[in-house]
Ligand binder design. Structure first.
Ligand SMILES: Nc1ncnc2c1ncn2[C@@H]1O[C@H](COP(=O)(O)OP(=O)(O)OP(=O)(O)O)[C@@H](O)[C@H]1O
Ligand SMILES: [Mg+2]
Length: 287
């Protein structure tokens, strides 16, 4: 059984002047335990619509969505889900600590556990010092960090996050990526959306590219990276000095033997690859 199971998901909105927007045109996607899945797509592609469907917040026009085998119509499907919405907003008069207490109660956690997990999550997200201040006075990045902290609170098995790194400084981005890697290590399932390819490269096992409501590609990130190797950068040293050259994959071994014959020392061999961003741009521009 897959942890996240989306089949034939379609969603149409009726906008102003009765215009119909086909936000999702039939999405099929499965994500398993211990897997980090990056949902990559440009603005307006349908990422948030998919995520809201996963959380049972909007009703699909067609298709089924299941979490841990339970249809998302059933609130029981969300019992073991940590959810971070796009642009999280909280009760501003509460402090982070009070908010987490509220969330913990909603999940039926016992007070002692709320206290322990709350402290852990707030410390992890670097909000411990600010925990008693009203959220009203938090910066944008602090609100985003609180969003991540509340998603971690009840130690769920599934994490569904809409642009978790959004609004964070480089330290915050690195921290959230580290947390995602830890979750994978614990066997959790993480599904997050982003339009930043570097974040996918850094933490995801698989990536799905959504454009205009349709999944254009689902692939393992390591496979994309391996297939994207176009050649090698080779640095070698001889008494005459240091030299760098780029060779195609086919000519690498010939060049290595020749350099050896010439008595040169190879100091660096580095793959030259088409990065995920180029793949992404090719797919998005591919129409
Ligand atoms: N409530 C709504 N009513 C009408 N149209 C909507 C509604 N919600 C989303 N849409 C439309 O559905 C499409 C997908 O929107 P969605 O918010 O899922 O995109 P996204 O991939 O999350 O984009 P972004 O990167 O900007 O967050 C867009 O064309 C959007 O205008
Ligand atoms: Mg969105």
């Amino acid at each position: 059984m897959k942890v996240i199971d989306i089949q034939g998901l379609k969603k149409s909105f009726t906008g102003k002047r009765m215009q119909r927007v086909e936000a999702l045109k039939g999405i099929d996607l499965q994500v398993g335990r211990g897997e980090v899945f990056g949902f990559l797509g440009p603005n307006g592609a349908g990422k948030s619509t998919t995520i809201k469907s996963l959380m049972g917040l909007i009703r699909p026009t067609a298709g089924t969505v299941r979490l841990n085998g339970i249809d998302v119509h059933d609130p029981a499907s969300r019992r073991s889900v940590g959810y971070l919405p796009e642009n999280p907003a909280f009760y501003e008069y509460l402090s982070a600590q009070e908010y987490l207490t509220f969330v913990g109660r909603a999940f039926g956690m016992v007070p002692q556990r709320v206290k322990e997990r709350g402290e852990q999550s707030l410390r992890r997200l670097d909000l411990w010092e600010a925990r008693s201040r009203p959220i009203r006075g938090y910066s944008k990045g602090m609100v985003q960090r609180l969003g991540v902290a509340q998603a971690l609170l009840h130690d769920p098995d599934i994490y569904i996050m809409d642009e978790p790194m959004s609004g964070l400084d480089p330290l915050g981005r690195a921290l959230v990526k580290e947390i995602i890697r830890e979750l994978r290590g614990e066997g959790k399932c993480v599904f997050f959306s982003t339009h930043i390819t570097a974040d996918v490269e850094a933490v995801c096992d698989r990536v799905g590219v959504i454009v205009n409501g349709a999944l254009r590609m689902v692939e393992r990130v390591d496979r994309i990276m391996a297939e994207g190797i176009t050649g090698y950068l080779l640095r070698s040293r001889s008494p005459a000095g240091e030299r760098e050259q780029i060779v195609t994959v086919d000519h690498l071994s010939d060049l290595l033997s020749r350099l050896k014959e010439e008595g040169q020392t190879v100091t660096l061999v580095e793959p030259v690859r088409k990065n995920l961003e180029q793949f992404f741009l090719d797919i998005v521009k591919g129409g």
